[in-house]
Write a protein of this length. Structure first.
Length: 249
């Protein structure tokens, strides 16, 4: 004896209706998520800046491309303090609060620093370098020299702009091909500087890049080579050992 269940037609209609309702809800959920994303993208401001060297500046004088390249490498450690930032001010967490840092596998870039460094940050950077970290400081009229002094190195960034007869397009863009055999110069054939400042290296530092022999320090501030003004070449980038680490300026 075989028993076969034949559902009532009303049951079939009910099942179909339930499926249709579920499908409708799915569409509504997807549409709702899309609307929310659109609204958020409209009202949440994009962090941007026109400040020189800013990581939020996408223009030629900004560092957003550098930040993007590092991020795409999968090793970018964000430091922005969302809770303290606003449309006018972008705040960052102190350096000594950086987490997940393995000095021997990490490089820290400090580019165009404008504010001073706390004792805790200086101690952190000194310990970071001592344990094998790499620190790059690039600056002109900011607080770079204050940091170098606090770290105990005699390397300094000059306060006098350099000009060069070797330039690209106009005199503000000096060109340098004078490089030493160093890991930093691997696959690099030329550097272009925008009104650069030279470096006075410590006894422990070596020059990675120099300006050309046709360069001079514009002490008189007339963008012309005068007899009494110092002539190049001048160190433009230096590297020195610091504990187990490396300090690049």
């Amino acid at each position: 004896m075989y028993l076969t269940y034949c559902p009532d037609r009303k049951d079939e209609a009910g099942v179909v209706m339930i499926q249709q309702v579920k499908t409708a809800y799915m569409y509504l959920i997807v549409i709702g998520i899309g609307v929310m994303l659109f609204v958020f993208s409209t009202f949440i401001p994009v962090i941007s800046s026109d400040a020189d060297f800013s990581i939020y500046n996408s223009d030629w004088n900004g560092c957003s491309n550098l930040g993007r390249d590092v991020y795409e490498g999968g090793s970018f450690v964000p430091t922005i303090d969302i809770s303290g930032s606003s449309g006018d001010t972008i705040l960052h967490s102190p350096l000594n609060e950086l987490e997940r840092i393995e000095p021997a596998e990490t490089s820290i870039f400090i580019i165009g620093p404008q504010t001073g460094f706390s004792d805790e940050e200086i101690d952190f950077l000194s310990e970071f370098l001592g344990k094998g970290g790499k620190l790059l400081i690039a600056d002109d009229f900011g607080s770079g020299n204050e940091l170098l002094s606090a770290l105990g190195t005699d390397t300094r960034i000059s306060r006098t702009p350099m000009f060069d007869l070797a330039f690209d397009r106009n005199v503000n863009f000096s060109v340098s091909t004078e490089m030493s055999d160093h890991p930093i110069t691997r696959d690099v054939s030329m550097l272009i500087f925008n009104i650069p400042y030279t470096i006075t290296p410590s006894d422990k530092a070596v020059a990675v890049f120099n300006s050309s022999r046709t360069s001079w320090l514009d002490v008189i501030d007339n963008q012309e080579k005068d007899e009494e003004e110092p002539s190049g070449p001048f160190p433009m980038m230096t590297s020195e050992r610091y504990g187990k680490g490396e300090l690049v300026v």
